[in-house]
Design a binder for this molecule. Structure first.
Ligand SMILES: Nc1nc2c(ncn2[C@@H]2O[C@H](COP(=O)(O)OP(=O)(O)OP(=O)(O)O)[C@@H](O)[C@H]2O)c(=O)[nH]1
Ligand SMILES: [Zn+2]
Length: 353
């Protein structure tokens, strides 16, 4: 079991968390940060050290969706049992696979989301927009990292394209294999800061984190702890400390993110398009013909990239889908089913069968 003890401040505690707690809360328990979520409880770190705490019975069933890595919880004094979840400052969630489109928590209380892409074929403005919308929706500050500038003849071409997509977002060009270059990340990696890396396979996320972990013992290593019945259990952590004192959240869920109901995030990334849409002559403009449509006219003038508008449309559709209730989705699927059956019948009729 890890013996390192962190202060609340080192663990990322902020005064804002205390605003939602009462004196009674502090008398009953103490705050702890969730570093792993398991079927039999939560792996937490607090100023008392590492522990595996049980979930209250009503929480256990919904633990996987309700509490996530990075969360702050109150733990009962002496009982190793979670009392309550402390209100989050930010939350990355995704639409769960399956038909009910539940929102599933992935990572909580992040300060920065590093969006990693490379100066090569991986670079894709639409994917960048998707990740940016996700960060803004989660209330996390995005920072774009362009890796492999050393392997490309014209890295500035990629940097310009990234700036065009997100003029107000910080962009760093980082050779992930070079410690001097990685030092550019320092302002976001101060003690108690929590970050995550997102991006396609092979863009350099592990290279970056491995370099940043430095000499300290990597805390992702499984730790052995006694569970409530005195048995040894092995728990793995999905949040670990960097040499600088910052925390990295690295959960499997981070690698499979789809956008959810992201209206705030969409507005932050596509404010240019939403401003244009407000100038269309008709309030319900579908932006398809040039009759008083500010968007069609901006595309014709070359002021708005057709690719960007198409991606806005696509993400918007995904976001709407995510907010439909199961009943509405069934109704839509049923209508679609009727439509395709009618089409099939028409086709058979035409073929004289
Ligand atoms: N020259 C150079 N090589 C890099 C850079 N960033 C990453 N690489 C190399 O690219 C390869 C893939 O990097 P990884 O760190 O494994 O990529 P990843 O994003 O963690 O990939 P997954 O684990 O599959 O998600 C490794 O061989 C790295 O050494 C860079 O900035 N410059
Ligand atoms: Zn329009």
């Amino acid at each position: 079991m890890s013996t390192q003890i962190f202060s609340l401040h080192q663990l990322g505690w902020r005064p804002a968390y205390a605003q939602h707690l009462t004196i009674d809360d502090f008398e009953a328990g103490y705050p702890a940060r969730v570093v792993g979520v398991h079927r039999n409880g939560l792996a937490v770190l607090s100023s008392q050290g590492a522990a595996l705490v049980a979930l209250p019975p009503q929480r256990a069933a919904m633990a996987e969706t309700a509490i996530t890595v990075g969360d702050w919880v109150m733990v009962e004094q002496d009982a190793s049992r979670m009392l309550r979840l402390i209100e989050r400052q930010s939350l990355i969630a995704r639409v769960a696979a399956g038909s009910d489109h539940r929102l599933q928590s992935i990572a909580a209380n992040l300060d920065t989301l590093f969006i990693v892409t490379s100066c090569n074929d991986d670079f894709n403005p639409s994917r960048l927009e998707r990740y940016l919308a996700l960060a803004f929706e989660a209330a996390v500050t995005p920072v774009v990292i362009l890796t492999k500038p050393d392997m490309c003849a014209d890295a500035n071409h990629y940097a310009d394209a990234a700036r065009q997509v997100a003029p107000s977002v910080t962009l760093l060009m980082v050779n992930a294999t070079d410690a001097t270059s990685i030092a550019q990340l320092r302002p976001w990696l101060q003690s108690g800061q929590t970050v995550a890396f997102i991006g396609s396979s092979g863009v350099g996320k592990s290279t970056l984190t491995n370099m940043l972990v430095g000499d300290t013992t990597r805390l992702t290593a499984a730790i052995r702890e006694d569970d409530a019945k005195g048995r040894h259990t092995t728990t793995s952590r999905e949040m670990y400390a960097l040499a600088s004192g910052a925390w990295v959240i690295d959960t499997p869920g981070m690698r499979e993110l789809r956008i959810g109901a992201a209206s705030t995030g969409m507005s932050a990334v596509f404010d240019d398009i939403e401003t244009l849409a407000a100038q269309c002559r008709f309030r319900d403009c579908r932006h398809e013909s040039d009759e008083g449509c500010a968007i069609v006219s901006a595309m014709a003038d070359g002021e708005l990239d057709g690719r960007r508008f198409a991606n806005y449309f696509k993400l918007q559709r995904e976001a709407v889908n995510a907010t439909l209730s199961t009943k509405e989705r069934h109704e839509r699927d049923r209508q679609f089913g009727t439509m395709s059956r009618t089409a099939m019948r028409a086709k058979r009729d035409r073929q004289g069968r």
